[in-house]
Design a protein around this ligand. Structure first.
Ligand code: ADP
Length: 540
């Protein structure tokens, strides 16, 4: 897997603010934190050498805080490594783990902290452990900075984490045992329990050099936000060391020494805070993208449901007519004297309805299959008249007076005859439905007109109940219906068909009563002479 793109890494880099290049805001924040530390250093300097009494009791609390913070940081970095599998990230996690675990023997051996438990007497051990801890951490950071982001194969990542943890714990236990057991042969870094010897000065000098190298390495790399915060960490550690070793003249438990420890704690927390805020941001981003995905899925499902319900809606009617005619046909044939003529007529109607159903299915298919639409030049006036002729019976039954106002010489439109017939039929049917319960004169008017130069507008107006008192756009959503037997598919279908023809469909109030549904379609520039516009028969 070496050298190839890791999809997890690419995805996590996209999601992870930590892996992304630092923004100006983050750079300013990091510079602000560093400046604040410098101010704190200046404020501490006058009191730095002042000794404190009985503060050994605070050491376990301090060590526990460092231990927990560094272990948590290491755990989060290991989790990042598990996803990104970058060796540099693993090294950094190991650095934090090593530093965190080393705090345990450091505080246990600290003179006066756990003497009752350890027997005391080891004056050099804490300084030796502290020196190893202080010098090793910047080495891990430097290794992180200079190591190219090579990645391990997926199976190796888990093993690498286990080996690293086991290795660190073993190394720390072994080193601590060797140091504490051989306290008397260790280099004399301390004069007594509180004062450092002249030999100690090599430790801060070496550490400061390493911090400087680390800062340069990170500064040259400066690829991500993590790099910037690691620079602040090294800077904080540098200030801690200046306080511990120079400003407080290496006197343990002095004000300067404790202040340095507090800065150390702040530095230990920095990366943890950045990692935690990163985890929260990533979580929020994930939650947002999951929601968006869920919404998209829901929309897809609704579209599927809409499609199937639309098919059911449109096909159901011819099927019902077929069943009625088939039963009637059977009855005619079962007569003592079979009435062949009537039965033949019923069978004829069945055949006609069968054709109608298959036309509906074909039209729905063409509506949803992109690029498969059959388009011809159409005479909209002829199409409207054909639909109204088909709806004559229904209108008569509903006691609706139908009138038309069709503009002569209307330019043709290019469209799918089955779909556009169905649109007009749906609008007429809705208008008739809306007038069903009114005591007022039931007036249905269908008009057509040319609008501007390039558009044709058809309006279907009624004197019915008027538009339902909801957001007008809701009527066009699938399944919105106010009718007990309605499916709420008609208007959705009409709008989709009209928009597929490059037009618009909208609804408004009619005066004094009722509603007007209008649609516009682009007019065809030229009418082909050979074929001529098609009026076509109504779909229903
Ligand atoms: P359906 O006819 O199955 O209810 P539609 O999508 O065709 O489905 O219509 C949705 C709803 O829009 C209707 O239930 C009705 O409330 C409203 N509507 C449609 N046309 C009219 C109209 N001409 N007058 C008043 N309301 C209408």
């Amino acid at each position: 897997m070496r050298g190839c793109v890791n999809p997890y890494e690419t995805a996590s880099a996209r999601l992870s603010p930590l892996a992304s290049p630092p923004t100006r805001h983050q750079l300013r924040l990091a510079a602000g934190v560093a400046a604040l530390l410098l101010v704190a250093l200046a404020a501490t300097t006058p009191y730095a050498r002042q000794p404190t009494e009985g503060t050994e009791a605070l050491l376990p609390a301090y060590a526990a805080a460092v231990f927990v913070i560094e272990l948590l940081t290491s755990a989060l970095l290991m989790a990042l490594f598990h996803v990104q599998r970058s060796r540099a990230m693993l090294l950094l996690a190991v650095g934090y783990l090593f530093s965190g675990v080393m705090v345990v023997p450091w505080v246990l051996a600290f003179p006066g902290a756990f003497d009752a438990l350890t027997g005391g007497g080891a004056t050099q051990s804490t300084a030796a452990i502290g020196a190893i801890r202080r010098l090793s951490f910047p080495l891990f950071v430097i290794a992180y900075a200079v190591l190219a982001d090579r990645e391990l194969p997926p199976a190796a990542a888990y093993r690498a984490i286990l080996f690293s943890i086991a290795g660190v714990v073993t190394a720390v236990a072994l080193a601590a045992w060797l140091i504490v057991a051989h306290d008397d042969v260790l280099p004399r870094l301390m004069i007594d329990a509180r004062k450092v010897s002249g030999l100690w000065r090599f430790v801060p000098a070496a550490a400061i050099t390493l911090y400087a190298v680390g800062l340069i390495a990170l500064g040259l790399r400066r690829r991500s936000m993590l790099d910037i915060w690691l620079m602040v960490v090294l800077f904080t550690l540098l200030i801690e060391l200046v306080l511990l070793s120079y400003v407080s003249a290496g006197t343990r438990l002095s004000v300067g020494w404790w202040a340095g420890r507090l800065y150390g704690l702040a530095s230990a927390s920095l990366v943890l805070l950045v990692l935690l805020s990163e985890a929260t941001t990533v979580h929020a981003r994930l939650a947002r993208s999951v929601l968006a995905e869920r919404r998209a899925r829901q929309n897809r499902l609704t579209a599927m449901e809409a499609l199937s319900a639309s098919i059911a809606h449109e096909v159901n009617q011819p099927l019902a007519t077929m069943v009625t005619n088939a039963s009637a046909g059977l009855r005619w044939l079962k007569h003592e004297q079979p009435r062949i003529e009537e039965a033949t007529a019923a069978l004829g109607r069945i055949v006609a309805e069968g054709h109608r159903a298959s036309k509906v299915v074909a039209s729905i298919r063409t509506m949803f299959l992109k690029g498969a639409q059959e388009r011809v030049p159409l005479d909209l006036n002829g199409l409207i008249e054909a639909v109204l002729a088909q709806c004559q019976d229904e209108a008569r039954l509903g006691r609706v007076s139908v009138s038309t106002g069709l503009e002569r010489d209307l330019p043709p439109v290019i469209g799918n005859p089955a779909q556009l017939r169905q649109v007009v039929a749906n609008l007429v049917e809705n208008a008739v439905d809306a007038m069903r319960g009114t005591a007022r004169p039931r007036l249905l008017q269908v008009t057509s007109r040319r609008h501007a130069v390039s558009e044709v507008v058809v309006a279907v107006a009624d004197s019915g109940t008027g538009l339902p008192p909801v957001d007008r756009e809701r009527m066009f959503e699938p399944f919105f219906t106010t009718k007990p037997d309605g499916m709420g598919m008609g208007l959705m279908f009409c709008r989709a068909a009209i928009e597929a023809h490059g037009g618009r469909l909208w609804a408004s109030d009619n005066t004094p009563h009722g509603a007007v549904f209008q649609f516009s379609l682009p007019a065809s520039a030229a009418m082909p002479e050979a074929t001529g516009p098609e009026a076509g028969g109504p779909v229903r």
